[in-house]
Design a protein around this ligand. Sequence first.
Ligand SMILES: Cc1ncc(COP(=O)(O)O)c(C=O)c1O
Length: 412
Amino acid sequence: MPHLAINGGPVIRTKPFPTWPVYSEKDAQAVGEVILSGNWGHNTAKRVETFQDRFAEYHNAKHAICVTNGTTALVLALQSVGVGPGDEVLVPAYTFIATAAAVLMVNAVPVFVDIDPATYNMDPAKAEAAITPRTKAIMPVHFAGLPADMDRFTDLARRRNLMLVEDAAQAHGAQWNGRGVGAIGQMGGFSCQSSKNLNSGEGGIILTNDDELAKVARSLSNCGRSEDGLWYGHYRLAGNHRMTELQAALLLAQMDRLDEQTARRNDSGDYLTSKLREIDGVEPTVRGPAVTRHAYHLHIFRYKSDAFGGVPKKRFVEALQAEGIPASPGYSMPLYQQPVFILKNFGSYRHSDASHDIDYTSLHLPETERACFEEAVWFSQHVLLGSRSDMDDIVRAIAKIRERRAELAKTE
Ligand SMILES: Cc1ncc(COP(=O)(O)O)c(C=O)c1O
């Protein structure tokens, strides 16, 4: 008789986990008020400004600039700090496409760096080893909402005279040694796309503590205008990347929940980590003492197939899903193996010249490849909005699969 749900045995859990987004009448009312005011654009009302002030304060930053999405936030941040043609920018290889795409979109060259398997964030030592005379900036990603090692990246950027731009797209509210991420380096970019912990469907935010950089980013988001210039005065080449009042109204309403939701994710995430550590072959990523708040956009553990009778990750994740647990195998390939890099299909963006041509086809970063192909298993942030007994169901399902690993191996 089968014991595992994937083979027709009993299921651990039939109840759904919390869904995303979380909203109420209050959110609808906030957006409805904007509609009924007739002032929908950024130039005609004040909700974008109010949200900017609130988000900046929450992250201990001086300035926030709202834009259309997280990709644009990163592009404008890179442009603002002066990254351009011929420059190299260090990025982790285990991240969403936008991290590297933003670099290409300012006509610079992304240089992929391997991750630290303990955190799945860019490895600072490997970043230092990848620096060349062309390196202009480092762009660590606070992947899964777990802050990258900002002490080491700040020190590295200072020593090597490089700009530090944080990809904080997944890290709303995360803190490194008590300080909000996003403006620890010169600039940072956040995403408010649907899956993110703070969401308005689409949206992006740039943070900085530097008055001059804030002015440049504001101008770049607003058709190249200057704050003290004419409405019909355009001083630098730039598009319209402004956020709408509708988005800002929704973000303000959502922001009321962020603190409590982040606390809940921290409680669930840390609890899940402590319980999963007790199971052989399950190794959650490590949250060091400097991470005073994790955003937990994802909870990630490393799956060691040796401890599961050699069953590959894909099959393990399918077995977990069959038990009613919404696990994901995460990214299916390292970013540098995406067709866009293999084919260098960069359209009209300038990537390199004869003296500077990076070949992505021969690149192999072992930790990133291990994460994609063999080990990384993700849970989305909204799963962590569940109770401790919800987390216990996840633990029970994984323990059951490990106990019945021979059955799973046999039926592969
Ligand atoms: C790490 C990372 N960087 C950048 C982005 C880009 O954000 P957006 O989708 O809002 O453009 C995302 C999210 O999608 C992300 O996860």
